[in-house]
Every structure is written in structure tokens, then in C-alpha cells.
Ligand binder design. Structure first.
Ligand SMILES: [Zn+2]
Ligand SMILES: [Zn+2]
Length: 181
């Protein structure tokens, strides 16, 4: 297994991909991922693994990519530490860029299904953009996370707090009733 110094730099030379295609396993160090994500709230503690296979059909290529790893963060509702597993499967065709196409090839994609190449297939750039897009904007430890009590800060997943009871409208009616006595 090869070590990838950066994901963006993963490029393939079409001329050296034969009829049998190519297949590769890469291990990406946590620091490389942390730098890439550039978000201090997202921690990467274990390596990511990238597996790719590229097959050739005349001058068109088909890439299949699997990315596995984990990011660590805190639940946005209850603030508890949580892990978010990444298990992404990507596929893309690569066809020769038409001569009139200028500038960054990955920026000219019309969809995730088809990319363009000139002398190199920019597999890494595709992986980076799809990986970043696959991550949630808000991390929640579970769909049913009850969060923290806005008044006392108790983690309501661990049980109700004293405020829950006094905020109950039935209890307020009862309190008013008692005051009148
Ligand atoms: Zn939570
Ligand atoms: Zn409370």
C-alpha cells in the first residue's frame, strides 16, 4: 500500500493505463486529511484509505473509487464527542477534453459522472471535492438526540433535569391553583 502525501496530487497518466486497467490502494495520514478539511472542529485521528480502479475503453476511462475513514467532532445539539464514519463510493467517466475547452478541467464538469482529461486524469481533485461535499454541515450524534436543557445545561439524553418539570404547563396551572388557596 502506498502512502499519499496529498489527495489533490493523485493523478494518472492515461497513456500508461493498459487494457487491463489499474488498481491501487492508498493510505492517507490523519494530518493530511486535517489540513485538507481545514476545520478546527473536525479532528482526524486515524488514517483514511482510498482504493481506486480505473478501466480503459479506447480513449475513455472509467474510475471507481472507495474512500473510508472517520472524522471526530462534537454533536451540535448535546456537545458530546462523536465519530462520523466516511464510506464513500464514487464513479466517474473521463473523456478527452475537447480542444476548445480551456482552464481547470475539474471546474468544467457538468456532473459527477463525467470528467475530462488532457495529459493527466486529475483523480485527486475529484476525490477532494466529492469528499468535502459528502460531509454534513451540522453533525448530530443521533436523530433522536435531545440536546442540552437551555436553562441548566443538563444533557437531556441522560435523563430529564429539574427544569423540565417546572416548564410543564400543567405544573404551572397547578402552582397558580395552589397560590389561590
Ligand atoms: Zn447529541
Ligand atoms: Zn434544565
Amino acid at each position: 500500500m502506498d502512502k499519499a502525501k496529498s489527495i489533490e496530487e493523485i493523478r494518472l497518466i492515461p497513456d500508461i493505463i493498459g487494457e487491463a486497467g489499474i488498481e491501487k490502494d492508498l493510505r492517507v495520514n490523519p494530518e493530511v486529511l486535517s489540513d485538507l478539511l481545514g476545520d478546527k472542529d473536525l479532528r482526524v485521528e486515524e488514517p483514511f484509505f482510498i482504493h481506486y480502479e480505473v478501466n480503459r475503453r479506447q480513449d475513455a476511462f472509467h474510475a471507481r473509487i472507495n474512500i473510508k475513514g472517520k472524522v471526530h467532532t462534537n454533536c451540535s445539539r448535546c456537545l458530546s464527542p462523536m465519530g462520523y464514519p466516511v464510506d464513500l463510493f464514487l464513479q466517474s467517466d473521463y473523456v478527452p477534453a475537447p480542444p476548445e475547452m480551456v482552464g481547470e478541467l475539474e471546474a468544467q464538469r457538468q456532473s459527477a459522472d463525467t470528467g475530462y482529461y488532457r495529459r493527466e486524469i486529475l483523480l485527486g481533485q475529484f476525490i477532494v471535492s466529492e469528499l468535502v461535499l459528502s460531509l454534513p454541515i451540522i453533525y448530530v450524534c443521533s436523530d433522536g438526540c435531545k440536546g442540552l436543557c437551555p436553562q441548566c445545561g443538563t444533557n437531556l439524553n441522560e435523563g430529564p433535569c429539574a427544569c423540565t418539570r417546572s416548564a410543564d404547563p400543567r405544573m404551572q396551572v397547578l402552582a397558580q391553583f395552589k397560590n389561590k388557596l
